[in-house]
Write a protein that binds this ligand. Sequence first.
Ligand SMILES: Nc1nc2c(ncn2[C@@H]2O[C@H](COP(=O)(O)OP(=O)(O)OP(=O)(O)O)[C@@H](O)[C@H]2O)c(=O)[nH]1
Ligand SMILES: [Mg+2]
Length: 336
Amino acid sequence: MVPARSSDTTSWHDHSPLVPRSNDNLAERLLEGDRRALARAISLVENDDPEGWELVRTIYPKTGHAAIVGFTGPPGVGKSTLMSALTALERERERSVAVLSIDPSSPFTKGALLGDRIRLTDHFLDPGVFIRSMANRGALGGLSEAALQAALLMDASGRDIVLLETVGVGQAEVDIIDHADTVVLVLMPGSGDSIQALKAGVMEIPDIIVVNKADHPLTDTMVREIKGVLALGPKPDWPVPIIRTEAVRGEGVAEVGDKMAEHRAFIESEGTLSERRRRNLLNEVLAIATYRMRRELEASVREDEKVRELLDQVVSRELDPASAAASILEREKAKG
Ligand SMILES: Nc1nc2c(ncn2[C@@H]2O[C@H](COP(=O)(O)OP(=O)(O)OP(=O)(O)O)[C@@H](O)[C@H]2O)c(=O)[nH]1
Ligand SMILES: [Mg+2]
């Protein structure tokens, strides 16, 4: 039984919750590219259903073929509009597309509003385009975990390209973007915070930078600032292109598409694709392990009298936090 959840209502284009429960069957249909099977599979991982994890285990050897492109950037800069235009472009090039929009900011958003935020309504009737959004359920780490699994499922279902959208410039979306082969940072004139984040090294240097809403008078200033920040770093093998777009009018979108393909070819030829994927996958394994360990640790902290005493000692300044942490870890190991 999958409980009704707000995020489920966002898959309004998939009307079949009544698929058989057999995992093999679901895996088979997913691998054949069946959209309903894909939607069902994503719901399973999103609901943290063990069947979902098992499914990912089954299909995992078939993944690794899709080009995964992550789009990140502050709210409202035009990520979704750009992705919609890029989706049209990819369809013209006869490539199938999956879009996963991750929205950690609005756990209570209803489907309609999310649909508006995704701005991909033009593509809902095209079977070559699969669109899904995920909202945070509040569980720490749960969303990015689920999002990564969803991307794998999309990949396994034979999509040529998977576009991931995530809002923000902080730590939260980093693990999601970690899964991408190509990272596109979308900004608009006035996105000064992001420049600071880049400068401070809070945000990794992306592969492509898009300055959207380039009709704005401050566009040149923005581009100059970005160039200034990039010039501070070491000279990269891949010079990060800065592309001006007006996503609503389709201006500059083809150039973004070309650069995405170019970047992909570049990392393939340099052998950096497998290197990058290795790094991404290691990060993913660590993220999942960390999340689970933390959950276990928190549970045992709640249940363990001795641990509570240790924490009390920290509060009363008898014991410093690092020593308490070391004792807790010792205890956990002893239990192990
Ligand atoms: N003037 C102008 N407006 C644009 C452009 N591109 C997008 N917009 C508008 O900017 C608003 C936000 O666009 P979205 O594509 O939803 O932006 P987003 O980054 O996906 O937003 P979130 O997902 O909410 O973070 C919409 O009203 C778009 O129509 C552009 O090139 N110029
Ligand atoms: Mg959006």
